[in-house]
Design a protein around this ligand. Structure first.
Ligand code: COA
Length: 258
C-alpha cells in the first residue's frame, strides 16, 4: 500500500501520510511521494486547497525516520536536510492554501511539515515539539527558521533547546496552531476551513499568501512595494472585476481563478 493516500473531492485534496506502524515518520519514500503529490497539485486546476494529515489517531508525523540517521555522514545528513527543505518549500509556495490537520504527535519533521502549511488545526489530543536535541541533532527541515517566525524567538528557542513537546492548547496559546478541536471534529473543521478559502478568489488567495510569506524577509518599504505590486496584479484579474461588480449588484460572486 502507498505511504501517501490521496483523496480529491470538492476541489480539496486530502493527503494522508500512511505509515501508522512507524507513527507516520518521514522516510525517503514518504518525502518523495509528498514531493510528487505536491508537484501534481500545484499544476492541477482541479485542486483548490490541500489538507495534510496522518494515518491513525496517534500521530500526525512523529518526525523524520530516525532509522535513516544511523551511520549517516555529515554530507549525507546535509543532503537529507536539503531534500526535505525543498519539499517543504514546495508546500509553502504551492500557490494554494494548505492546512495541516494535526491528529496526534507532530514532532521534529512533523511539526516542520505542519509549519510549512498555510494554516494548522490541531486535535485536542495532539502534542507538538522539536525533540531533535535528544538525538544530538537540530531541526533540519526548516524548524529553526519557521518556528521563530511563527511564535517568536524566545518561545522557539525554549521548544528547540528543551526538546519538550507541548499540548495542543499550549500550541494554540502561543500561536503555533490556528485552532484546537475535538478529535472527531478535526477533519470536518479542516474541510470547512479549506472550503471557505476555496470559495474566495483563487488568485487573490495566492497573492495574499505570497505577500504574507515574503514580506517579512524584506525591509518594510520594499515589502510594502511588493504588496502594492500584488494588489495591482489582483486588479488585472477577471475575478476582481467580478468580485467588485457582484458586491455592487448585491449578488454572490462567481470566481473562475482568472
Ligand atoms: N522515526 C522512526 N520510527 C519512529 C519514529 C521516528 N521518528 N517515531 C516513532 N517511531 C516508531 C517506533 O520506533 C516504533 O516502532 P517499532 O514498533 O517498530 O519499535 C513505533 O514507531 C511506535 O512508536 P513508540 O515509540 O513505540 O510509541 P510510543 O507511544 O511509546 O511513543 C513517541 C511515541 C512519539 C513519544 C515516540 O515514538 C518518539 O519519541 N518518537 C520519536 C520522536 C522524535 O524524536 N522525532 C524527531 C525525529 S528527528
Amino acid at each position: 500500500m502507498s505511504v501517501l493516500l490521496r483523496e480529491l473531492s470538492e476541489r480539496i485534496l486530502v493527503l494522508t501520510i500512511h505509515r501508522p506502524e512507524k507513527l507516520n515518520a518521514l522516510n525517503p519514500e514518504v518525502v518523495e511521494s509528498l514531493r510528487d503529490a505536491l508537484h501534481a497539485a500545484k499544476g492541477d486546476d482541479a485542486v483548490g486547497a490541500v489538507i495534510l494529515t496522518g494515518s491513525g489517531s496517534k500521530a500526525f508525523v512523529a518526525g523524520a525516520d530516525i532509522a535513516g540517521f544511523k551511520g549517516v555522514t555529515a554530507a549525507g545528513a546535509r543532503e537529507l536536510a536539503r531534500r526535505g527543505q525543498a519539499v517543504l518549500d514546495l508546500l509553502e509556495g504551492l500557490g494554494k492554501p494548505s492546512i495541516a490537520a494535526i491528529n496526534g504527535f507532530a514532532l521534529g519533521g512533523g511539526l516542520e511539515l505542519a509549519m510549512a502549511c498555510t494554516l494548522r488545526i490541531a486535535s485536542r489530543t495532539a502534542r507538538v515539539g522539536q525533540p531533535e536535541v535528544n538525538l544530538g541533532l537540530i531541526p533540519g527541515y526548516g524548524g529553526t527558521q519557521r518556528l521563530p517566525r511563527l511564535v517568536g524567538k524566545g518561545r522557539a528557542l525554549e521548544l528547540i533547546l528543551t526538546g519538550d513537546p507541548i499540548p495542543a492548547e499550549e500550541a494554540y496559546r502561543i500561536g503555533l496552531v490556528n485552532r484546537v478541536v475535538e478529535p472527531e471534529e478535526l477533519m470536518p473543521a479542516a474541510r470547512a476551513l479549506a472550503a471557505r478559502i476555496v470559495s474566495r478568489a483563487p488568485l487573490a488567495v495566492k497573492y495574499a499568501i505570497d505577500a504574507v510569506n515574503h514580506g517579512p524577509e524584506l525591509p518594510l518599504g520594499e515589502a510594502l512595494r511588493v504588496e502594492a505590486d500584488l494588489f495591482g496584479l489582483c486588479a488585472a484579474t477577471a475575478d476582481m472585476q467580478e468580485g467588485v461588480t457582484a458586491f455592487l449588484e448585491k449578488r454572490p460572486a462567481t470566481f473562475r481563478g482568472e
